[in-house]
Design a protein. Structure first.
Length: 296
């Protein structure tokens, strides 16, 4: 069994298609990918994938196997990153990640916590969506990320604030005449939802709709807020999104506050196995950051 077998299985499971995984994720041929999956199943001794009406899905055995496969790959990546750092002991590096759109508010405050170390530390900054940030922290590519508490990763989380959901809509939608909206206003309207990759956000939204007594099926499901905004504008649909997305909205969409909106925790996430002294120092100063961050 080789690492590529694990990556191939994960790609197929995430795309739900051998063809899409081969062409778009792995850049190989579909027959070659199928052979690799069969080789993996032969080594494991059970079927890991099966075909269904929804495409290619994991079997019960596959679901049990893939969690360990993801952990194994993340540990390999972390080991590679640790080796690279050890090879450059004189170069102290600290990698920060931010939710796309929130770096403008968080980055200056984060840099204030590091200002005492700036002359000796090479600080790198990147932005991404929360599940991707969690993956990067777990793999050792980031030391710390400002994100949501993603449940599928073995990370430590510290809450630094909260934000509410708002309703996104086309700028000329009839609901723009209201100062506040509520979930029942979505009934009968196209509904653009976050896909299952954004599990934390999707779970909060689904629970909010359920306790509001609103049962609606998404007309589209997408992975990131930028695509949500695009679909809202093009399909004239509605969506529930974190309030920070309002800072990124184009002219074609707008938002309205929700009645009794649910709150989302904002956290910093890091790996407990990360022994970076810069991370330790940063976390020791985090209490100075929290009072400002809670207003986001």
């Amino acid at each position: 069994m080789e690492l590529r077998h694990l990556r191939y299985l994960i790609a197929v499971a995430e795309t739900g298609s051998l063809t899409e995984a081969a062409e778009k994720r792995l850049h190989t041929s579909q027959p070659s990918l199928s052979r690799q999956i069969r080789d993996l199943e032969d080594q494991v001794g059970v079927a890991l994938l099966t075909r269904s009406a929804r495409g290619v899905v994991l079997t019960e055995a596959g679901r049990a196997f893939i969690d360990h496969a993801r952990l194994a790959l993340s540990q390999v990546d972390a080991a590679v990153e640790a080796a690279r750092r050890a090879a450059l002991p004189s170069k102290r590096r600290f990698a920060l990640g931010f939710l796309t759109g929130l770096e403008m508010k968080w980055l200056p405050r984060a840099m204030q916590l590091l200002h005492q170390d700036m002359s000796t530390v090479d600080v790198t900054v990147s932005s991404d969506y929360s599940p991707d940030l969690a993956d990067a922290v777990a793999r050792g590519r980031l030391d710390l990320a400002f994100m949501r508490a993603e449940p599928d990763y073995d990370l430590e989380y510290r809450v630094i604030g909260q934000e509410e959901l708002v309703m996104l809509m086309p700028s000329d939608h009839k609901l723009t005449k209201r100062k506040m909206v509520e979930p029942k206003d979505m009934i009968g309207e196209p509904y653009v939802a976050m896909a299952n990759k954004a599990k934390v956000l999707r779970g909060v939204i689904d629970h909010y709709l359920e306790r509001s007594g609103v049962a609606i099926e998404p007309t589209q499901g997408v992975d990131n807020p930028a695509m949500v905004m695009s679909l809202v504008a093009s399909t004239r649909g509605l969506a529930l999104i974190p309030a920070y997305i309002q800072d990124l909205m184009p002219w074609s969409v707008t938002s309205r506050p929700l009645k009794n909106p649910p709150m989302l925790d904002l956290v910093v996430g890091y790996s407990r196995s990360n022994t970076s002294p810069i991370l330790e120092e940063f976390l020791s100063r985090l209490d100075k950051f929290v009072p400002d961050a809670t207003s986001l």
